[in-house]
Design a protein around this ligand. Structure first.
Ligand SMILES: [Mn+2]
Length: 322
């Protein structure tokens, strides 16, 4: 696909746009970017965005817009577009709308995860791209992008590229970001309000994890954890712990950081970061997880927690020694 217009045919009326579970900045930015672009330029469409509840710093992108949080079962959309979901099982709100549309060959997947199995009827996956928002912008006519659409897409790009710090940032990322800034995106304000703006309880969670965690100096790996009990004591949910691992990644003495945090059902989510050549996507994959070389994740049961930590350390060692 070269342009999103290739899948927006004249007989379409009802279109849904869906993202992944626990939506991050790129997920919300790309879903809302598509929503605005289609609403602005295809007046005959009725476009419904689906997103699970998001953190406070992302809510400005959905302000004043009706966003559905349910599964969308029985809606029978003419087209369902998934953005930033690496797998059909990762789709959050709107997942039933997507699976039902799939039985009628009415789905599109736009993504940037290398592990994406091309799960839709039409797939556009660019594993080299910084973000789904970059991929989406590349599929749009620049002159038809409104300020609102540009603001969402720009926000998505800065969230997934770590404000243009990660390896995935390319000359094309910056060119696309420049095109969006030209629309008048308040880029400095967005970074202040949506990136460098953390509620104190979330910073306290980071402080706890840093204090209670273990730095294996010889192995250059840091392991931290946040149990349900800790989260409850801070009044936080797993959704609000996304930034912890980002700060852990600042630890000079570690090449890889592992942050384990517990879900209300007792299972643990493992979040991995790497600033060395160690490929954490490969480590996450051995648990059935996925992600990128420098940022990846996986899930394990409560019983598997300690073994999983040992296994991550062993797999990292293996990669370093090979
Ligand atoms: Mn993304």
């Amino acid at each position: 696909m070269n342009n999103i217009s290739e899948v927006i045919t004249e007989e379409l009326r009802r279109v849904a746009v869906v993202g992944h579970v626990r939506p991050d900045g790129d997920c919300v930015g790309s879903v809302m970017g598509i929503y605005h672009y289609l609403t602005d330029n295809y007046k005959y469409l009725e476009v419904t965005p689906y997103l699970e509840p998001m953190t406070e710093n992302l809510k400005f992108m959905v302000e004043g817009i009706t966003v559905r949080e349910d599964s969308g079962a029985g809606e029978d959309y003419d087209l369902v577009i998934s953005s930033d979901a690496s797998d059909i099982g990762r789709i959050g709100a709107g997942k039933d709308a997507f699976t039902e549309a799939k039985t009628k060959n009415r789905t599109v997947c736009i993504d940037h995860h290398v592990t994406n199995p091309n799960f839709a009827d039409v797939n556009h996956v660019e594993p080299e791209a910084s973000s789904a928002s970059e991929v989406v912008t590349g599929l749009l006519d620049r002159e038809k992008i409104s300020l609102l659409a540009a603001t969402c897409l720009y926000t998505g790009i800065i969230h997934d590229s770590g404000v243009f710090r990660f390896d995935s940032t390319s000359p094309r990322t910056l060119r696309i970001a420049a095109d969006l800034i030209e629309k008048g995106v308040p880029f400095s304000l967005i970074i202040q309000d949506s990136v460098s703006n953390e509620p104190i309880q979330q910073l306290k969670a980071f402080a706890h994890v840093l204090n209670e965690g273990v730095l294996y100096e010889d192995e250059r790996i840091f392991v931290g954890r946040a149990s349900t009990a800790l989260q409850e004591s801070l009044g936080l949910t797993p959704r609000e712990l996304g930034s912890v691992v980002m700060y852990l990644n600042y630890i000079k003495e570690a090449d890889v950081e592992l942050f384990m945090y517990q879900n209300p059902d007792g299972t643990w989510k493992g979040s991995l970061r790497s600033k060395s050549p160690v490929d954490v996507a490969a480590i996450a994959a051995s648990f059935g997880g996925g992600g990128h070389k420098k940022a990846a994740g996986f899930s394990v049961s409560d019983e598997e927690l300690e073994d999983a930590i040992e296994k991550v350390r062993a797999l990292k060692k293996e990669q370093v020694n090979s």
